[in-house]
Design a protein around this ligand. Structure first.
Ligand SMILES: CC(C)[C@H](C(=O)O)[C@@H](O)C(=O)O
Ligand code: SF4
Length: 471
């Protein structure tokens, strides 16, 4: 795409343009990549490299850690749920050693879900292009980076060259105005955005989140917002770096320090959309209108405020949509008109790259403190660092006293790839990002919600408006 006349440039344009090594008249551009994150899914890419006799071009810019297949019951590959899972973790470790890249293995105190660890270690920085062969790479955009998921053959290309061919997406700005009401979290904001624009609403776009509500958010909240950009179909999500970003990054192990920090700050302050920047699409949403949200169907767009009812597919004018909604209700075992806060839940999962950071655990613990869960639940911190910090504050004791399991970091029940599953027909209130058919195990039923809402569901054994339990 050519420069856009005299109009100002968006934050996205500025970062993209800096990384463009080659811009052909048509088709994808060749981009320089600052960081490539790797998890167990990378075995295809490594097999590809070996077959072609290639090595890793910039090992110091590649960071690998196991997360999808790791056991939550212990910290060694031997604790893996099956021999196949153990083999996945061991193959990954071998590939990391072969490649000579940064490697945070299972027993390393930096290990965790790749999208939690990257920001936490200061590996992801403003102005970067960050890739990972994982769709939720969009998370890292919260720090003011262009961050997107890639396929394994693209990953092999990045590993071998530190560059990537990529088509420039259009740019959409979502302005979140107003301020959130009591008990309304970042998760509720992003769920209501997805409910509004739909699971395909941002297909072909990069989203810049802006406006007073986003500016007032902590870094951890912005990470939750950007994480789910992909659930609206977006290529990535980004928030302009500001004082919140700098305060978060300062002193992190991989963030610049001393004179380099000062130089970086000077540069990062340029990273914002010009006042006259033109966006391909602009949307506005008032945070004051948002209630605690919960999904009732099998797509993150099947979402509503906790005080509403399961919608009636018959009211849909479009026949295909009617059928999709009916199929979702059949799978979920729900009838139209049922009050959402009347739906009984079998278990809760507090975790995933959406909501497993320290603030998420603090939020859930604040609701659970001194109370008992009436259903089983798993609390899975996003990283070893989060786990340590949570234990230092005694959050683990609050979860355990409430009757929930306090486990080792990893993706766990978010994608049910490590042996943790929701049994068929059971209903799970989950702080993760996908409620697809079978996502948490064959026949499992997932209701997406925030950490405080998950805590409320655990206490009441049903979907509950957390505002009734807030102290
Ligand atoms: C397994 C992995 C490639 C996948 C992704 O791309 O997102 C997973 O992380 C998910 O959340 O579904
Ligand atoms: S926590 Fe879930 S969404 Fe995030 S990377 Fe792991 S499987 Fe994917």
């Amino acid at each position: 795409m050519q420069a856009r006349g005299k109009a100002g440039r968006t934050l996205f344009d500025k970062i993209w343009d800096r990384h463009e090594i080659h811009r052909p008249d048509a088709g994808p551009s060749l981009l320089y990549v600052d960081r490539d994150f790797i998890h167990e899914g990378s075995f295809h890419a490594f097999a590809d490299l070996r077959k072609r006799g290639l090595t890793v071009a910039r090992p110091d810019q590649v960071f690998g850690m196991p997360d999808h297949y790791v056991p939550t019951a212990g910290r060694s590959a031997e604790a893996a749920a099956t021999p196949e899972l153990r083999q996945m973790i061991e193959t990954f470790d071998r590939n990391m050693k072969w490649a000579g890249v940064n490697h945070f293995p299972l027993d390393d105190d930096r290990q965790g879900i790749v999208h939690v660890v990257g920001p936490e270690q200061g590996i992801t920085l403003p102005g970067f292009i960050v890739v990972c062969s994982d769709s939720h790479t969009s998370t890292h955009g919260a720090l003011g980076a262009i961050a997107f998921g890639i396929g394994q053959s693209e990953n092999a290309h990045v590993l071998a060259t530190q560059t990537l061919w990529q088509r420039r997406p259009k740019v959409m700005r979502i302005n979140v105005t107003g301020s959130r009401g009591h008990g309304v979290t970042a998760k509720d904001v992003i769920l209501s955005i997805i409910g509004m624009i739909g699971a395909g609403g941002a297909t072909g776009y990069a989203i810049e989140y802006a406006g007073p509500c986003i500016e007032a958010m902590s870094m951890e909240e912005r990470l939750t917002i950007c994480n789910m950009s992909i659930e609206a179909g977006a290529r990535c999500g980004i928030v302009a770096p500001d004082e919140t970003t700098y305060a978060y990054l300062k002193g992190r192990p991989y963030a610049p320090s001393g004179a380099l920090w000062e130089a970086a700050l000077t540069d990062w302050r340029l990273l914002r959309s010009d006042l006259d920047a033109r966006f391909d699409r602009e949307i506005e949403i008032d945070a004051g209108d948002i209630a605690p949200m919960v999904t009732w169907g099998t797509s993150p767009e099947h979402v509503a405020g906790i005080n509403s009812v399961v919608p009636d597919p018959a009211e849909q004018p479009d026949e295909q949509r009617r059928k999709t909604l009916q199929a979702a209700l059949d799978y979920m075992g729900l009838q139209a008109g049922r009050r959402l806060d009347d739906i009984a839940i079998d278990m809760v999962f507090i975790g995933s790259c959406t909501n497993s950071r320290l603030e998420d655990l603090r939020d859930a613990a604040a609701v659970l403190r001194g109370r008992k869960a009436v259903i089983p639940g798993m609390v899975v911190p996003g990283s070893a660092q989060v786990k340590q910090a949570a234990e230092a504050e005694g959050l683990d004791l609050i979860f355990k006293d409430a009757g929930l399991m306090w486990l080792e970091p990893g993706c766990s029940l978010c994608a049910a790839m490590n042996g943790d599953i929701v049994p068929a027909g059971k209903r799970c209130a989950s702080t993760s990002n996908r409620n697809f058919v079978g996502r948490q195990g064959a026949g499992s039923r997932t209701h997406l919600l925030s950490p405080t809402m998950a805590a409320a569901a655990a206490i009441r054994g049903k979907l509950t408006d957390v505002r009734e339990l807030m102290r």
